[in-house]
Design a protein around this ligand. Structure first.
Ligand SMILES: Cc1ncc(COP(=O)(O)O)c(C=O)c1O
Length: 366
């Protein structure tokens, strides 16, 4: 197995903080809609290949960004969108703002593109970087097609890029370079910070409902591309049925029943709970000698200079807690881990277990 992802169902008896997602359970109506669809046996019906209604509903959801249905491409998720971008764009150089979650390294190797990591600073809640690094790359490779991959908010760092950054990035790079913005956690950004509001033909935004609605087992997402030719290409190479009938209909019905305001109010509730829980985790773990980086996302990057992740992992076993090894991300050492933010009862278990490790290691005393 060469692919590494957090979360999953490998540890059914554990408190699993290694995967990311919404800490709140999916809106209740989702269960009702799913039961109803199964009762009608919709899982036996093939999805409609053009996903016309799905695109219309997503366009309604994205009304604040004025996205037309014909600017939307259905995909199973952001990972699907990234793979398709390699297929249609055939970049010769892939500039990745690292550390960044995703399979861009493997894809670059597979597609024979040069993988060019550029690191950013994640000490503050706004990610920042010296654009001259990208400028010099674009001078070296300017005549070749380039794909810039950015995750906003950053995963694993948790900081976010402002739109001004993207404007400068577009100015600093050649016109034949495309910017792929991974907004799998884009719902956690304020509207004005989504790259959707850039309306640029050189920017492709990928989003999904998998994380924000907690539908990781169903999978439904979309790409927004403002350039017609790109949409046509994405549509030509995508899986004919990337989203199952159940998942597509669920999203359509959810938007129909709940409307934009219902969806937004669930997200706002999630954000409020996240803020409260993050404050609690910061307080508990900072006291215990962990360094926590500022995060606008439902996860936090933590640094523990006094212990390696592998040792923490072993020590956490007796508390039946799992956290994510962040050293698998480019540029991060063995002293980094990432924790998902969950609800209070679970966060108590996590912070207690991590504090115990600091005590057992002689870093703090009770
Ligand atoms: C930053 C980031 N991008 C993409 C993905 C995958 O997203 P999706 O489920 O929409 O394919 C993940 C999930 O682990 C992620 O953390």
């Amino acid at each position: 197995m060469t692919r590494f992802h957090g979360g999953g169902n490998e540890w059914p008896d554990y408190y699993d903080f290694s995967g990311t997602g919404n800490s709140l359970p999916p809106p209740r109506i989702i269960d009702k809609l799913l039961y109803e669809m199964i009762r009608r046996r919709w899982h036996t019906i093939r999805p409609e290949h053009s996903y016309t209604f799905y695109r219309e509903k997503i366009s309604e959801l994205l009304a604040p960004f004025s996205v037309e249905p014909n600017e939307i491409v259905p995909v199973s998720g952001v990972s699907d969108a990234l793979r398709l971008s390699f297929l249609i764009f055939k970049p010769k150089v892939v500039v990745v703002l690292e550390p960044c979650s995703g399979e861009h390294r493997e894809l670059s190797r597979l597609f024979g593109a040069k993988y060019a990591p550029v690191t950013f600073n994640f000490e503050e809640s706004i990610c920042n970087m010296d654009l001259s690094k990208i400028e010099s790359l674009s001078i070296s490779y300017g005549d070749k097609k380039g794909l810039i991959v950015v995750s906003n908010p950053s995963n694993p760092a948790g900081c976010m890029y402002e739109n001004r950054f993207f404007e400068l990035l577009l100015d600093a790079t050649p016109r034949n370079w495309l910017v792929f913005v991974n907004e799998v956690f884009g719902d956690y950004l304020d509207y004005s910070h989504s790259a959707l509001s850039l309306h640029s033909e050189r920017v492709v935004v990928a989003r999904s409902f998998n994380k924000t609605l907690g539908l990781q087992g169903l999978r439904a997402g979309y790409i927004v591309a403002r350039e017609k030719e790109l949409v046509t290409k994405y549509d030509a190479v995508r899986d004919p049925w990337p989203i199952s009938t159940l998942a597509a209909k669920l999203i359509e019905m959810l938007i129909e029943e709940e409307g934009l305001s219902g969806y937004r109010s669930f997200i706002e509730r999630s954000k409020r709970s996240l803020e409260t829980e993050k404050k609690y985790i910061y307080k508990m773990l900072t006291r215990a000698s962990y360094r926590l980086y500022p995060s606008v996302a439902p996860y936090i990057l933590i640094e523990h200079a006094w212990i390696k992740h592998s040792q923490i992992d072993l020590m956490l076993d007796k508390y039946r807690v799992r956290i994510r090894d962040a050293s698998t991300y480019y540029g991060l050492s063995k002293n980094f881990s990432r924790i998902a933010v969950k609800t209070r009862s679970k966060n108590k278990v996590l912070t207690w277990a991590l504090r115990q490790i600091a005590v057992e290691s002689g870093i703090i005393v009770y």
